[in-house]
Design a protein around this ligand. Structure first.
Ligand SMILES: Clc1ccc(CN2CCN(c3c(Br)cnc4[nH]c(-c5ccc(CN6CCOCC6)cc5)nc34)CC2)cc1
Length: 272
């Protein structure tokens, strides 16, 4: 087999730093360009002091360990990482079309049609199949954490903790609670079937423009989640409503598995 590529050590001096792409609790993300290759990346800069004081440090390590080994068209690449005395730097793939959250807001009716929604759901399904095969679960698949690459190709970009993006209305402590499945609301151990629930929530939100259990207060949202209390508007196609009803299921074992979602009539009818 080919000799392993020697690990190049990177430093901040290898990059020209561009505009800020977003701000977070533990750091910021900048557009950056590697000087020699002119390759454009997203440089995530995390402050050690902020991380050191919280339990987030092991989360960052896990994030780096997992994401650096993943290779999939719908998962944002982590190319490299390095640190100096005050900061940790993650060299990430740059997604030129921003977040799915802002793309949804930019829609005239604040929602996508069947074709666009099914295309995103299918891409997410293939990424989740890849992750589940590797026993990786609970990717935070809400619109704020989904990015759009060249030609609008969806990329899971799991940051592992909440960020207060300028344009995301959901400024809650740990990111929106809209996507939490019942088993996590009740603090039960969660399996990879949490991703199936979140996929159902996302499918609803793409087609309707807001999350199925959206309410004024957390309490109300929790209650609705635990009762699977949601209504699908009339304008949503029967096929899409059927798929959503097979994912927003209380018992995690009874949610439609990913390989069946890929073959669902709504996905087949609206994607190439
Ligand atoms: Cl520590 C931390 C700090 C901030 C965040 C929130 N974002 C996570 C995603 N970040 C991006 C990453 Br990683 C990779 N590629 C990106 N590409 C962009 C991006 C690209 C383009 C835009 C501009 N919009 C594009 C769509 O049309 C309107 C203008 C906005 C954002 N953001 C990221 C930006 C920051 C997460 C963690």
């Amino acid at each position: 087999s080919a000799p392993a590529k020697p690990k190049k050590t990177w430093a901040l001096s290898n990059f020209d730093i561009g505009r800020q792409l977003g701000r977070g609790k533990f750091g910021n993300v900048y557009l950056a360009r590697e000087k020699e290759s002119q390759f454009v990346v997203a440089l995530k800069v995390l402050f050690k002091r902020q991380i050191g004081e919280t339990k987030v440090e092991h989360q960052v390590r896990r994030e780096i360990e997992i994401q650096s080994h993943l290779r999939h068209p719908h998962i944002l690449r982590l190319y490299a990482y390095f640190h100096d005395e005050a900061r940790i730097y993650l060299v990430l793939e740059y997604a030129p079309q921003g977040t799915l959250f802002s793309a949804l807001q930019a829609q005239p009716m604040k929602r996508f049609d069947d074709r666009q929604s099914a295309t995103y759901i299918k891409a997410l399904c293939s990424a989740l199949l890849y992750l589940h095969e590797r026993d990786i679960i609970h990717r935070d698949i809400k619109p704020e954490n989904l990015l759009l690459g060249h030609k609008g190709v969806l990329k899971i970009a799991d940051f592992g903790w909440s960020v207060h993006e300028p344009n995301s209305m959901r400024l809650t402590l740990c990111g929106t609670v809209d996507y939490l499945p019942p088993e996590m609301v009740l603090n039960k151990p969660h399996t990879k079937n949490v991703d199936l629930w979140s996929l159902g929530v996302l499918c609803f939100e793409l087609l309707v423009g807001h999350a199925p259990f959206f309410s004024k207060t957390y309490e109300e949202t929790y209650q609705k989640i635990l009762k699977v209390d949601y209504k699908t508007p009339e304008h949503v196609s029967k096929a899409a409503a059927h798929l959503i009803s097979k994912l927003l299921v209380l018992n995690p074992m009874h949610r439609m598995p990913l390989d069946q979602i890929m073959l669902h009539p709504w996905i087949v009818a609206h994607t190439q």
